[in-house]
Design a protein around this ligand. Sequence first.
Ligand code: ATP
Ligand code: MG
Length: 352
Amino acid sequence: MKNIILTGDRPTGNLHLGHYVGSLKSRIELQEKGDYEKYYIMIADTQALTDNAKNTDKVRNNLIQVAIDYLSAGIDPNKVCIFIQSQVPELFELTAYFMNLVSVSRLQRNPTIKEEIKQRGFSNTLPIGFLNYPVSQAADILAFHANVIPVGEDQLPMIEQTNEIVRAFNNTFGNVFDEVKALLPKNKVCARLPGLDGKIKMSKSAGNAIYLCDDEKTVKEKIMSAYTDPNHIKISDPGKIEGNIVFAYLDAFATEKHFEKYLPEYRNLKELKSHYQKGGLGDVKVKLFLNNIINELLTPIREKRKELEQNVDYVYELLFKGSENAREIAGQTLNIVRDAIGLNYQKLLNKK
Ligand code: ATP
Ligand code: MG
């Protein structure tokens, strides 16, 4: 079976380094490898509304921002169908059928949902739509018969939920869907890049991110403020690597080439870490090294972004065209699903 790839992001803010290492980088690698039949990237605006119902401007404005981030980072619209979730209403019909196959308590046990409910302060105000978004996400994936889903670690419970729905649907209505597979980054720290505060994962909604569109000055300020080891006060003090965000980012981004170019007195990260742990290496030196690496990555992305910002209509047109294509495929799946469930009333008419 050839691969059908689907992945996406919520338009709740610009994309950040967590998106880059967690998903965007492997999306671009998959695109370049070309080993797929179809490849979709969805901007999940309807999902974003589930915790932004009164903040519709935020979602509306960030749609184009996320699309520009994709194209600036190297997603090629000739190879990938980029579409807008809300413009494919077939997804919501499919969600409605799936909702009957999942219990409320199952959704309440989803660990990512649990953490996000806490983070957003939902207690008695939890919207049904928010609790239900894993079901809607299953519809997004299965409407396209996607089987490869490049995601960060926080999405694993959603993939598990999708596969439960596949089994429940097939058991109830006959074999229509195949199980799907998450594609996680190999490097553990990339699957859940921590935020600058060192507390939770880097996230648009938590205000702890370095964005792909941040300018050089902002990136430097953010890196200089990143959480390190609070007990590493004097340069001569031994420092801790565990929980040290700057080293987590180096784990995710630093290569030996970076050492050659920016910090030749060390050969690799192992040597740098060991000096830090022994004492005698200051945070500022490590942070400036990280700053060079991140700016090297972001400079070409920023330049491409500038061009695209002059041509926003072109980006919207791409999204509209992508959404039309997506509607056609999702519509075909829905015909099969309605048939399987028995909602094919036209057939009854033809019998008479
Ligand atoms: P929000 O706070 O609005 O939920 P987010 O920053 O979590 O936004 P999403 O749009 O929910 O971003 O996630 C899009 C994709 O990026 C998902 O595949 C998710 O797993 C991945 N991702 C998000 N944050 C990280 C991170 N810190 N590390 C690795 N992958 C991440
Ligand atoms: Mg998220």
